[in-house]
Design a protein around this ligand. Sequence first.
Ligand SMILES: Nc1ncnc2c1ncn2[C@@H]1O[C@H](COP(=O)(O)OP(=O)(O)OP(=O)(O)O)[C@@H](O)[C@H]1O
Length: 301
Amino acid sequence: MDYAIQTKGLSLLYQRKLALDDMTLDLPRGGVHAIVGANGAGKSSLFRVLLGFESPTAGSAAVLGCDSGALTPALRGRIGFVNEEHSLPGWLRVSDVTAMQRKQYPRWHQARFEEVLGNFNVLPGQQIAQLSRGERAGVSLALALAQSPELMILDEPTLGLDVVAKRAFLESLMFTATDNDATVVYCSHQMEEIERVADNLVIIERGRLRHMSAPDEFCERVRVWVAEFPFKTPDLAALPGLLEVQQIDGLTHLTVFDQPEEFGARLKLMGARSVQSMSTTLERAVNGFLRRGHASAKRAA
Ligand SMILES: Nc1ncnc2c1ncn2[C@@H]1O[C@H](COP(=O)(O)OP(=O)(O)OP(=O)(O)O)[C@@H](O)[C@H]1O
């Protein structure tokens, strides 16, 4: 299979902090891959290694079939990158940056640039430093999409965008992925966005790959059981697949992963008077999944 991104046993140690821990990840070419994880899970670190800004401490990383430590200028030209800082030279005008990029990228798509930028009230004569945060985001997204890259890597690109701009951006992103056969790799904390655009969901936790599947498939494997325990709620910690327990209006809500229907019978054996299972949203499923390993959950325990 042809992979856009491939890592093998990838580790990255910053001083004494292990940001990536023996991560093996294969992302096939095409489609939108969403990477999610708690704060500090290693998403940006993964991108930094993939783009050759950091060298792995162990293992390897390849992008479009090339070792990430040896990306040539020609290969970099096939990769678009947008990060949350939207770092563009502040002293230049929007029109200057656009002219520079148009010259640099042979597959420059002027109509796409104008379409994406048209969602923002940006004047070509404005200096980058004069733009609002969201407008700067709009400019860097328009520049990146107009490069018609084979691979787009986006680190929380919609942070700070208003609802309309966010929607416009996501539409452009999906259009890029389908129209251009491009691969989009995108990290975000916003599940409703991911639900809308992602073909593949990649969950990382403490620098390790924890799960990869289509978002729908992941959601189907997570269920919420609502149980009524008329007497004392038993100790539920040892239940298999348990992600999260919440007490809501006197009922016990259990978010569980990969459990058969018999899970309900098990709750009854533990004293539940009634049990009911429900499907859940991607947001709740991912949150439940991540909560187990989250620093705050560990502190609460
Ligand atoms: N330059 C650095 N020096 C030391 N530690 C770092 C450095 N950059 C990141 N880290 C640590 O590496 C870990 C992974 O950080 P990273 O920025 O990759 O996380 P992230 O998943 O992108 O998080 P967030 O969602 O908060 O942006 C964190 O524990 C962070 O504190």
